[in-house]
Design a protein around this ligand. Structure first.
Ligand code: ZN
Ligand code: ZN
Length: 146
């Protein structure tokens, strides 16, 4: 069951990209959201937490000594995922098919993860937010056409 505060968002076919998973070799449909700073992936499913706070993280926390502190702070108030997993900065996006680390995974250097602005969403992923409504992404594609 979906959390109450979740709306469905349809991603038009033109915005869906395909990326081959290095592990299972399947071509996986993905949607890349830009300017999603900061975001954290779930430790056990393909959901994400995106903090949309007004603070401009890129400018305020570009100095390395503050980064880890800020990251621990964000992890500390991120909600638990609906699957029981946690949202952490050192978690990579995982292939929804084989659950291995996804090939197009973005920057994994822990300190740099705070300002990575491209968030990878898979068909059916939920984006949890700190305020406003969570969004569940449904891709307008034929799942059997790959
Ligand atoms: Zn895979
Ligand atoms: Zn999860």
């Amino acid at each position: 069951m979906q959390p109450l505060n979740t709306i469905e968002h349809i991603v038009p076919k033109e915005e869906v990209q395909y990326s081959k998973c290095a592990s299972c070799q399947y071509s996986i449909p993905i949607y890349i959201m830009k300017d999603a700073v900061p975001h954290l992936y779930c430790t056990s499913c393909s959901n994400v937490y995106h903090e949309r706070h007004e603070i401009d993280y890129k400018n305020q926390f570009r100095f390395t000594p503050f980064r880890l502190k800020v990251m621990r702070y964000i992890e500390g108030h991120a909600p638990p995922c609906e699957c029981g997993g946690m949202f952490l900065f050192n978690t990579p996006p995982r292939c929804p098919r084989c659950h291995d680390i996804f090939a197009v995974s973005t920057e994994m250097n822990t300190r740099k993860r705070l300002t990575v602005d491209e968030m990878i969403l898979f068909n059916g992923s939920t984006e949890f937010v700190d305020h406003g409504q969570n969004r569940r992404y449904e891709f307008a594609i034929n799942p059997h056409a790959q």
